[in-house]
Design a binder for this molecule. Structure first.
Ligand SMILES: [Zn+2]
Length: 150
């Protein structure tokens, strides 16, 4: 893989939605000293997918439940291998995130109520969620998200 030139100042300033910055999706538990550039480059490459993930799931969840911490967002293939991710992991396309909230069970139930996810797993300490692939031209409806009465 060729070394990519990342303009860190610019990269660190990219905001996806009100409470989510692009750089939050470059984090990983893997020791990524050597692949940091690749993580950032991947975030830029899949920025649109990450934006959708925020718009349709993470930001509404943030507004519902409070602080949402991303522990793993985009993963380049090296990182994905290190953390033992599945071969076709949605993380590698910026379509999935592992998140922690103060109330993971409530967060899980909230995401579960609408049908915009393709993967939703409540782990012991975090939630894995992957957004339904957005088909070009298709408009995802999230009116149900705004229904907080149920
Ligand atoms: Zn995951």
């Amino acid at each position: 893989m060729t070394k990519q030139q990342i303009d860190w100042k610019q990269f660190n300033s990219i905001r996806l939605t009100k409470n989510f910055m692009l750089k939050e999706f470059a984090v990983t538990s893997a020791n990524y000293g050597e692949v940091k550039e690749e993580q950032a480059a991947g975030c830029l490459e899949y920025q649109e997918n990450l934006l959708h993930l925020c718009q349709f799931i993470l930001q509404p969840l943030r507004e519902y439940i409070g602080k949402v911490t991303v522990t793993s967002g985009y993963r380049n293939p090296v990182v994905n291998r290190i953390v033992g991710g599945s071969e076709n992991s949605y993380h590698m396309r910026g379509m999935a995130a592992d998140i922690i909230t103060d109330e993971n069970m409530s967060a899980f139930m909230y995401i579960k109520r609408w049908k915009l996810y393709t993967e939703l797993i409540l782990h012991k300490t975090f939630i894995h969620v992957a957004l339904k692939p957005v088909i070009k031209g298709e408009k995802l409806s999230y009116s149900v998200l705004q229904d907080k009465t149920k």
